[in-house]
Structures are given as C-alpha cells and as structure tokens.
Write a protein that binds this ligand. Structure first.
Ligand code: FE2
Length: 295
C-alpha cells in the first residue's frame, strides 16, 4: 500500500513538471539555465533575493489570501489585489463624503473618488467601511520608514509627514454610496538598486521596475467577505505592464478633469480637480468561496 504524498512532495512534483514544460517548450539550453542560476547567485550576494521574490509574491497571495475573490468574472465581484506592506491599521474613521487627512499644502492634483459598495447579489451595503491608503505626490507613504518595507528596501522617509496623511476609513452612507477627496498618487518604486541584478533583469526584459499609479483599499461590510483591492489609472503608461506582472483591466479607471473655475470653486478648491468612479462589489460571506484568514 502506497503512502499518501506530503504537500511538499505534491507541490514539488508539480513545480518540477512546470519547469520541465517551460524548458521543453522553449528549448532552453544548459547555458541559459546556468545563466539563470548565476543571476540568482548575484541576487543573493547583493541582498536582492527577498526583493526578487516580489515577482511571485503577488501570485502566492492571490492563491491564498485573495483566493476568496478568485474568478471575479463568474459573479461580477471586484478584482482582488494584494494589500502590500504599506497598510497601517487605525486610520481615522470618516463619514462620507470625506476628505482624506492631508496637509494644507498637500502636493498633487486633487482627486475625488466616488461610487457604490454593493454585493454580488446587487444589494447596496450601507455602512460599509473603505480603509483607504496611498502614496503621496512626493512618493512617500505616511507613518512608515524604509525599514518597514523589509527586504524590499523601498526608500520611504516620512519624517515631518503626519502619521495618517492620505489614510482614512470612509463610512459609506445609508444606501452604500461613498465619496472621498484625495490627491493623485505619486509613482511607487520597487526599490531596485542602481546596477543591481534586479535592475539588470528589468532592463533586459524592457519592463519598468516601478508600480503603476494606484490607491489601496480594504472594503468591509456586514455579511460579506472583506475585499482587498487597488484602483489604477487609465492613461498611466505603467498599467500596460511592469516587472510585477499584468494589471487587472477591471481595476483601471478613467479620470475626468474639471477645470472650470466655477466648478472647482464650488468644491472649495482653488485649482482644477479630477473625478473617478469605482463601484466595489463584495461577495457574501455565505457563498461557497472560502473566507480568507486575516492576520
Ligand atoms: Fe502601494
């Protein structure tokens, strides 16, 4: 009688077959295999091996933490996207319509994000909470230092920036609508050092080693599975692809510019602003999809 295989044996067996398939499909040579091994050695020697893991980090999270939102095309649920290392719990709770905490002279083009929160059954989700966070126009996350990014080594000096700047928990209204004002986010780097193995790899692949412009959110509502996702911006050249892989097109949104002084003055703004609509669709917790464990 044969013993059942361990998880390690099962996963390793499939990994072995996947690598074999790629090697055979593309007739990868032994010289190319040794070049890949040499690159891995350089990445390890330069301390970039943890950062290299980001190439697979998002996929692993999608298979585990994001599994409850797999196959959104089946029921119209929103696309799951990774939380990333910059989330901070305890951001100020703000009733919609809200303005994210920001400095009086906050750099960046004003942006008003609005929409609805509903379930895949079409029911509005009143009182849903949208935990929002983003990088500022100077490419800094508030309340964080470079050390908080761990092995990613992303430069982030938030000295002098209020702890919860551009972070807030927005409470949707009685019919599941929400609105918050913020500013357009800056571009977030992946922290690859100049001339490093990861920089060499991104250059060889002709892919940017940066993240597309984005705003993070975790949306929670009674009776639904919490949704972690990100909003991306149409017109940002980085949405067409970076070293981290493809961006879900359903999460790429178009902004509308409002440059009529009467319009932006009515919003108590002194400069033009943009608007964007994003409707969050959450899965009921009673669906067959597993509820992910949150740390
Ligand atoms: Fe981010």
């Amino acid at each position: 009688m044969s013993m059942p295989e361990t998880r390690l044996q099962v996963v390793f067996g499939d990994l072995r077959r996947a690598i074999d398939d790629v090697i055979l499909k593309h007739q990868v040579t032994i010289e190319e295999v040794f070049a890949a091994i040499g690159w891995l050695q350089q990445a390890a020697d330069s301390g970039e091996l943890p950062a290299a893991g980001i190439l697979f980090y998002k996929t692993a999270l999608r298979a585990t933490e994001g599994a409850a939102y797999a196959h959104p095309e089946r029921d119209g649920a929103s696309q799951w996207e990774m939380e990333g290392p910059a989330h901070r719990p305890g951001a100020p709770l703000l009733a919609s319509p809200a303005v994210l905490p920001m400095r009086p002279d906050e750099p960046g083009e004003p942006l008003i994000v609005s929409g609805t929160v509903r379930s895949t059954m079409g029911d509005p989700l009143p009182g849903a909470i949208l935990d929002i966070w983003q990088i500022d126009a100077n490419r800094v996350y508030s309340g964080m230092s470079t050390a908080d990014f761990g092995g990613l080594n992303i430069p982030n000096d938030s000295t002098g920036v209020p702890e919860f700047n551009l972070r807030g928990r927005i409470v949707a209204d009685s019919v599941g609508r929400y609105e918050f004002r913020t500013v357009m986010p800056g571009t977030e780097t992946l922290g690859f050092a100049h001339g490093s193995p990861l920089t060499a790899l991104t250059q060889a692949l002709a892919l940017p080693g940066m993240r597309p412009l984005h705003i993070h959110s975790i949306v929670s509502a009674e009776g639904c599975v919490p949704l972690t996702t990100q909003i991306y911006f149409d017109g940002d050249p980085l949405v067409s692809g970076t070293i981290e892989g493809p961006i879900p097109l359903s999460a790429v949104k178009t902004t509308t510019l409002h440059d009529d002084p009467a319009d932006y003055q009515a919003r108590s703004l002194t400069v033009p602003y943009r608007t964007l609509t994003y409707d969050y669709v959450l899965r009921p917790a009673t669906s067959a999809a597993p509820v992910p464990a949150r740390p």
